[in-house]
Design a protein around this ligand. Structure first.
Ligand code: ADP
Ligand code: ADP
Length: 226
């Protein structure tokens, strides 16, 4: 069964006196273990789509179903708990907290989820090692290179054992060689964990390494041929 379903999802924003309709009846189904690329021009609604799919934003109409649970009737608190346990986010910019170490950043979602610090730290260290960051666990983000920061951000998204990874150009601010390396580590981790992923990219070569490619056309999600 699907791990994520969007049914007839609408999102619009106020733009002066007008309503800007970004998503206009978007339908999408993501199955466990599937890695889907999302490519579309700037302004098409990719970030908006990730935000509603990850329960950061509510659609004005339509349903978001995560692991067969319809999220429409959940309270704010229930949405937050479901998001923490089900969804990992990676953004183009790392959004790490500068005053905390790599390890502390990675365990943060699990601390918010009231998990045991000892267990969270152990798991986080294992993940950081898989991403070749074993020698960086006690470094603050300011001491890390761009690629290292992005690897920490990816580790943070994976460490709370989500079902779904949502990534918005996760290597978009890295040089080509680093991007290629970090993206490879990301795909490998997602495959090993059997996670489902929806990954926004502007890079056709990266998109071609995923299972299928979708785009946004007039507010709907449709297949795309590279
Ligand atoms: P993409 O990620 O494909 O570049 P976005 O989802 O960020 O697209 O944005 C789609 C459109 O919605 C853009 O025109 C953007 O300016 C607008 N938009 C996004 N977020 C907001 C917001 N919070 N308030 C008003 N307009 C927004
Ligand atoms: P983009 O990759 O499209 O630039 P950003 O990382 O800038 O996306 O985030 C877009 C919006 O999502 C911002 O307004 C930000 O405040 C919000 N956002 C990002 N992460 C979270 C979060 N964990 N919880 C709530 N809102 C978030």
């Amino acid at each position: 069964q699907a791990v994520l379903e969007l049914k007839d999802v609408h999102v619009s924003y106020k733009s002066g006196d007008e309503q800007l309709e970004v998503l206009k009846g978007a339908d999408f189904t993501l199955y466990p273990g599937e890695i889907v690329a999302l490519v579309a021009p700037s302004g098409a609604g990719k970030s908006t789509l990730l935000h509603v799919a990850g329960l950061l934003e509510k659609p004005s109409k339509g349903e978001i179903i995560i692991n067969e649970q319809n999220t429409a009737k959940l309270s704010e608190r229930e949405r937050t708990v479901l998001r923490l346990r089900s969804v990992g986010f990676v953004y183009q910019f790392h959004h790490l907290l500068p005053e905390f170490t790599a390890l502390e950043n990675v365990i943060m979602p699990q601390m918010i989820d009231k998990k045991s610090k000892a267990i969270a730290s152990k798991k986080a260290k294992e993940w950081l090692e898989k991403f070749d960051l074993g020698h960086r666990v006690n470094h603050q983000p300011g001491k890390l290179s761009g690629g290292e920061k992005q690897r920490v951000a990816i580790t943070r998204a994976l460490a709370n054992s989500p079902y779904i990874l949502l990534a918005d150009e996760p290597t978009g601010n890295l040089d080509e060689k680093t991007s290629d390396h970090v993206f490879g580590l990301l795909l490998q981790a997602v495959r090993q964990e059997g996670l489902a992923a929806l990954i926004v990219t502007h890079n056709n070569e990266l998109a071609s390494r995923m299972d299928r490619v979708m785009t946004l056309h007039e507010g709907k999600i449709v297949p795309f041929t590279l």
